[in-house]
Design a protein around this ligand. Structure first.
Ligand SMILES: *[C@@H]1O[C@H](CO)[C@@H](O)[C@H](O)[C@H]1NC(C)=O
Ligand SMILES: *[C@@H]1O[C@H](CO)[C@@H](O)[C@H](O)[C@H]1NC(C)=O
Ligand SMILES: *[C@@H]1O[C@H](CO)[C@@H](O)[C@H](O)[C@H]1NC(C)=O
Ligand SMILES: *[C@@H]1O[C@H](CO)[C@@H](O)[C@H](O)[C@H]1NC(C)=O
Ligand SMILES: *[C@@H]1O[C@H](CO)[C@@H](O)[C@H](O)[C@H]1NC(C)=O
Ligand SMILES: *[C@@H]1O[C@H](CO)[C@@H](O)[C@H](O)[C@H]1NC(C)=O
Ligand SMILES: *[C@@H]1O[C@H](CO)[C@@H](O)[C@H](O)[C@H]1NC(C)=O
Ligand SMILES: *[C@@H]1O[C@H](CO)[C@@H](O)[C@H](O)[C@H]1NC(C)=O
Ligand SMILES: *[C@@H]1O[C@H](CO)[C@@H](O)[C@H](O)[C@H]1NC(C)=O
Ligand SMILES: *[C@@H]1O[C@H](CO)[C@@H](O)[C@H](O)[C@H]1NC(C)=O
Length: 762
């Protein structure tokens, strides 16, 4: 970061009490169970009258608890000390006793609950071991929810509420408030439009990593739509006992700032991730400038006017993946102190929620001394809440001495860029948070901070369940129970439990975090190269931390369960899992084919003609395998490119934007940037994408190998050719976003795939 205007300002402007409008309806919802009753009507309409909910006042030791009992009229009484604990109590009953649940992607299966609900002979009770249960990485809104509708949000919020989540960021459509604050500061609409990224990249605009759009500029009509959605989200969160964490003004302003705010103390962020200068190096209003506090007050006041007095929690990240302008401890203390005071001047009860990712991302810059100085600027510990963002693999709380006493949340990250592969660290999400609870008195919550919500739901559920047990959970019992709820019955064939037990002890039990600390990437989804693609370890690595043969055994067990109990093929969670696991077997089978190609290419003990012939034969194997994979994925709408693209197109506020919204959706999952700045970071295993993108790249690779002598192999040259094609693929909007109309028979597709690849599945 470089300082380009060093006008210093003396002190903070006097603090005036922020005008606060309270929305009585929202405020009163926090002590009413009406939101829970409405959830039951939405998801379990046949049981609208089966449950009564009551909020009890006696909170032992400040931690929340619940008790579920059967009353003499055969109904169920769910009592809890908070809305969230009542919801978790309801969930415990549905999950542990009725064996039904609501899921990401597979959707709600709560309607599978029988008409006569099983009685409880003893009360079902529990208490949370932490006050906060948190959800969402700040980038999840871009990777997963960029184009969500209210229907998607409703499912998400019910999912969260039932799993006991009581705190989550709500920052959809926040550009609405920013636009008003910027207008008030004197920026024109053009200045402002020039600041926002496109709809698929807003998270990084919020952080000041990116600015401006490489597709059309962000339509303000869309911002209005998103803001309307945000209002519903916030209201629903409050009804369901989830405290919204609203954004605060982070300080990033349009690049016209030197013209519009000539006296302001402005800085530039660094060039982020190699993006061209016009899309990064955001202008940052130094929090030591009194204008920062003024804009903060305006921002928070407008927010309170929009949503009412719903929260005191504000998310604010200033130096995400960016080096502060100075490493001087006095400066760092000063910058956070001023940021905090500005926030308090806007809301005297404000609590600053802060992602500690930067400390893990750059341990060279963020020495303990600097962390202590930066956090130390906030002298009241309880005014901050820190998210230790990757606690299962790269926790920072130990070296930072529990954030020097600031409350913090133990967060499970698990995946980068919403990568789709089976993976888990079950020991680290059960033992480690409980150990942390014993070691750190300021640990205040457990939470999920995955970059994207994709598969592996079980390992996220596991941590949320751990929040209600002071002993590390018995994962064997947990997986067994989970599988019963997953397929809406504890009477499924034993194979189903065998399948989950096989993956529990292998695929989901990685303990070598040097080898693989998060979901591995599939080499199918990376730019092909001849060197070592399948053996990359560490973040975004590719090396499987398990023997691929165990995946085949687990797959067989899962499939045999379906053959024994064919009604499973009609269960949306089973459909999802069978596709997901079949995908994994096929993706793993790609690795030896790739290795073969490289071996053939570099084997000097053959004529050029025979090398080319053998390469072509392997190329045919690649095509055959990826087409099979595409077909399998196409049998479930959650694994289709068209689902993502049509969501993007439908999100566009008017026909003029439909293609640019699709471009955004295509760009994020492929080039991630105007010309591949973060290429493949958020790659996906989706049908449509497999066939038209990944397969095509591999065919071009094999083609390149057949026309290039091994000693002339030039990766740069190949990537340049590839990029021309990738750019045109991303531009190719408007052609394939139709949903397949006819119902696909998943059982038939899997059977066909197994027949074709008999050797892989036996
Ligand atoms: C610290 O902040 C004050 C405003 O509160 C400002 O006047 C001063 O220049 C800042 N010092 C540094 C080293 O940034
Ligand atoms: C559950 O209820 C029993 C009996 O009232 C009580 O002894 C126990 O402490 C409760 N457990 C939890 C976790 O609240
Ligand atoms: C807003 O809520 C907080 C606590 O949640 C409370 O302390 C404060 O007095 C409320 N403000 C108004 C204006 O109602
Ligand atoms: C970390 O910070 C140092 C400066 O202390 C800088 O030189 C380096 O490039 C940064 N590394 C990353 C990964 O940002
Ligand atoms: C993860 O779990 C393994 C196995 O229990 C343990 O050795 C390791 O220390 C844990 N790592 C972290 C970061 O918790
Ligand atoms: C973990 O994986 C790394 C990288 O593959 C390897 O060098 C190391 O020996 C492994 N550690 C254990 C304990 O297996
Ligand atoms: C799946 O459900 C449909 C209709 O809901 C029914 O016709 C069909 O028989 C069911 N199939 C299986 C295998 O249970
Ligand atoms: C080269 O090929 C010949 C004939 O196929 C075979 O006998 C020999 O073992 C091969 N040598 C190597 C180094 O692969
Ligand atoms: C590889 O290709 C690039 C781009 O075409 C070229 O600039 C470079 O000189 C080539 N390298 C070699 C070693 O030929
Ligand atoms: C992609 O579309 C943009 C905007 O329509 C255009 O500027 C660019 O040249 C196109 N690129 C390719 C490779 O077609």
């Amino acid at each position: 970061m470089r300082l380009f205007n060093t006008n210093a300002f003396a002190g903070l402007v006097t603090i005036s009490a922020a005008a606060i409008t309270t929305s009585a309806s929202i405020a009163s919802a926090t002590c009413s169970t009406a939101g829970i009753e409405a959830l039951v009507r939405r998801r379990l309409p046949q049981h609208e009258h089966s449950f009564t909910f009551s909020l009890s006042a006696n909170k032992e030791s400040g931690l929340e608890s619940y008790a579920v009992t059967t009353t003499h009229d055969g109904k169920f009484r769910v009592e809890g000390t908070s809305l969230s604990s009542i919801l978790y109590g309801l969930h415990s009953y549905l999950f542990d006793v009725v064996h039904v649940d609501i899921w990401w992607y597979a959707g709600s299966q709560l309607e599978d609950a029988p008409l006569v609900l099983p009685k409880l002979f003893l009360p079902l009770n529990g208490s949370s071991v932490v006050p906060y249960r948190y959800d969402f990485n700040t980038v999840t809104t871009s990777y997963t929810a960029a184009f969500w509708t209210w229907k998607d949000w409703e499912l998400q919020l019910d999912w969260m509420a039932l799993r006991g989540i009581n705190m989550a960021p709500a920052w959809i459509g926040i550009e609405k408030i920013l636009i008003e604050v910027f207008q008030e500061a004197g920026f024109s609409d053009d200045d402002i439009a020039d600041f926002f990224t496109g709809p698929a990249f807003l998270a990084w605009n919020h952080f000041g990593n990116l600015q401006g759009s490489w597709s059309s500029s962000l339509p303000f009509e869309w911002v209005d739509d998103q803001f309307a959605l945000q209002k519903k989200i916030v209201k629903r969160m409050v009804e369901l006992g989830i405290t919204p964490i609203l954004p605060a003004f982070p300080g990033f302003v349009p690049r016209a700032a030197p013209r519009v705010l000539p006296d302001a103390r402005l800085l530039h962020s660094i060039q982020w991730a190699g993006f061209p200068e016009i899309f990064t190096e955001d202008t940052f209003l130094d929090p030591v400038d009194p204008l920062f506090a003024q804009m903060q007050r305006s921002f928070i006041t407008k927010q309170k006017q929009a949503y009412g007095n719903v929260t005191n929690f504000y998310t604010l990240d200033q130096f995400n993946e960016m080096i502060p302008p100075s490493g001087d401890v006095a400066y760092l203390r000063n910058v956070s102190s001023n940021t905090w005071k500005a926030l308090k001047s806007a809301d005297p009860n404000a609590i600053w929620v802060f992602q500690a990712w930067l400390f893990a991302q750059n341990t060279t810059f963020w020495t303990n001394e600097r962390i202590e100085a930066y956090l130390g600027g906030v002298t009241a510990d309880s005014d901050m809440l820190i998210l230790d963002i990757w606690s299962e693999s790269m926790p920072q709380w130990q070296r930072a001495q529990s954030y020097y006493g600031k409350p913090w949340i133990w967060c499970e990250l698990q995946n980068y860029g919403a990568t789709i592969n089976l993976y888990g660290q079950i020991q680290n999400v059960t033992n480690s948070p409980i150990l942390a609870l014993q070691e750190s008195t300021s640990l205040s919550g457990f939470g999920l901070s995955m970059e994207g919500q994709q598969n592996n739901e079980i390992v996220y559920d596991l941590l949320l369940a751990q929040a209600w047990s002071s002993e590390p959970l018995d994962t064997e019992a947990y997986f067994h129970n989970w599988a019963s709820a997953r397929y809406s019955s504890d009477q499924r064939p034993g194979f189903i439990h065998d399948a989950w037990e096989t993956v529990r002890t292998t695929v989901y039990d990685n303990t070598n975090l040097t080898l693989m600390p998060s979901v591995p990437k599939s080499i199918i989804e990376l730019v092909p190269r001849t060197s070592n693609m399948a053996d990359i370890t560490g973040i975004l690595g590719t090396k499987l931390p398990y023997d691929p043969a165990v995946m085949v055994s687990a797959w067989k067990q899962l499939y045999h369960a379906g053959l024994q109990d064919t009604s499973l093929f009609n269960n949306s969670a089973y459909q999802y899992d069978l596709v997901d696991w079949t995908r994994q077997v096929l993706a793993n089978a790609f690795i030896p084919i790739y290795k073969n190609i490289v071996d053939i290419y570099y084997n000097s003990n053959q004529t050029a003609g025979s090398r080319i012939q053998r390469l072509k034969a392997q190329g045919q194997q690649v095509t055959k395998l990826l087409l099979s994979l595409d077909l399998v994925l196409s049998s479930n709408r959650n694994f289709r490119l068209s689902t993502w693209l049509s969501a993007a197109r439908s999100s566009a506020p008017s026909p003029a934007y439909v293609d640019s919204f699709e471009y955004e959706a295509r760009n994020q999952i492929t080039l991630w940037g105007p010309s591949g700045q973060l290429i493949d970071y958020a790659s996906k295993a989706w049908s449509g994408l497999m066939k038209t993108y990944h397969l095509k790249r591999w065919q071009m690779f094999v083609e390149y190998l057949t026309v290039t002598e091994p000693d002339k192999y030039n990766q740069t040259e190949f990537e340049q050719q590839l990029l021309i094609w990738e750019l045109s693929w991303v531009n190719d909007t408007g052609c394939q976003s139709e949903e397949p109309h006819e119902e696909v028979d998943i059982q038939e597709i899997i059977a066909r795939t197994v027949d074709q690849w008999m050797d892989l599945f036996t």
